[in-house]
Design a protein around this ligand. Structure first.
Ligand code: VAH
Length: 317
């Protein structure tokens, strides 16, 4: 029986990952952990929960042993824009937390997952149809963390035989838990503002293409990768996964199919614009499709429909 421990379980991915894994493997077989206990009523509290600062190696090890976890999904990390504001803190949290989680997986013979990101690519990476194996010289602390993390996870696989697995996520779009501190967050905010105010001012400029994916497809990708037979995997970590390459104008056009008078204007944030411009326009996910059957279901318009109807329901609109 799978016994899964999740770090960062209250985050944008962690919230929905926890719910889905409990649905599949049983409420009591998924231990959610995060820095702070969420508010009463949070779905994360519908199963086991522990407060955990991922830089506390001793507590992480103690919790994993007590829960008899056989899998750890390490989701706790600072995202790109926040990491640029606090680069040393970001290094300590992102890399210290990851090393602690890998050590727990090694000591307790656990299967291991952590996400990388398109942020692991940099300005001299091929911009279009970016291959999975290519130049990686990111110019952000987040990107340095992600490349280092990919290499560290590969090391733990080759050196210690830890069953490490990971994907490079694009921007993830969800309505359950809004993201915080990311560069791609505009593509989530735009939907909430469209429902609440009928307009949005984007901090990312028109014509700035980035890969994106609806959260349901991201959660399905994690589960599909973790359940794939190990002998099918020619690569371990850092599988490119994506569902679409879009810019703010495309999102607005899709929203206008549901909200005809939606208005979009721009007030570009130079810091997050520079981060976005250092990332690919579009990445190639063919290796994930070939090696473990990655198969996203949502395109821009189906994602827009899903986002707007779910947000309207939340906002009683
Ligand atoms: C960020 N949402 O913007 C994250 C993600 C590809 C972007 O890594 O930092």
């Amino acid at each position: 029986m799978k016994r899964i421990m999740i770090t960062g379980a209250c985050g944008q991915i962690g919230t929905e990952l926890t719910a889905k894994l409990r649905e599949i493997y049983g409420q009591d077989n998924v231990l959610a952990t995060d820095l702070r206990r969420p508010e009463e009523g949070s779905r994360v509290l519908e199963g086991p929960f522990e407060e955990l600062d991922v830089t506390d190696a001793e507590k992480m090890d103690r919790i994993a042993e007590a829960f008899k976890a056989d899998t750890i999904m390490h989701m706790a990390a600072l995202l790109s824009a926040t990491a640029e504001k606090n680069p040393v803190f970001a290094w300590n949290l992102n890399m210290g937390g990851l090393l602690n989680a890998l050590e727990v997986a090694r000591k307790h013979n656990m299967q291991f997952f952590t996400p990388s990101s398109i942020g692991a690519f940099g300005p001299n990476t091929p911009k279009d149809d970016t291959p999975q194996t290519t130049i990686q010289r990111p110019t952000t602390m987040y990107g340095v963390n992600k490349v280092s993390g990919e290499l560290l996870c590969d090391y733990y696989f080759h050196r210690f035989g830890v069953d490490t697995r990971g994907v490079r996520f694009p921007g993830l779009i969800s309505h359950v838990k809004e993201p915080g501190g990311g560069t791609t967050d505009y593509a989530v905010e735009i939907y909430f503002k469209a429902v609440r105010e009928g307009k949005y001012t984007s901090y990312i400029d028109k014509g700035t293409f980035m890969d994106m994916m609806f959260m349901d497809d991201a959660i399905d990708a994690i589960i599909k990768l973790m359940e794939a037979p190990a002998d099918k995997l020619e690569d371990r970590n850092a599988f490119n996964v994506t569902a679409m390459s879009i810019d703010p104008e495309m999102v607005a056009a899709s929203i206008r199919k549901e909200i005809p008078d939606f208005e979009l204007d721009y007030d570009v944030d130079p810091v997050r614009q520079a981060i976005a411009e250092s990332w690919p326009n579009s990445i190639d996910a063919s290796e994930a499709k070939r090696q473990w059957g990655f198969d996203p279901k949502f395109d821009l318009d189906t994602m827009t429909k899903e986002m707007l109807s779910a947000i309207r329901e939340k906002e009683n609109k």
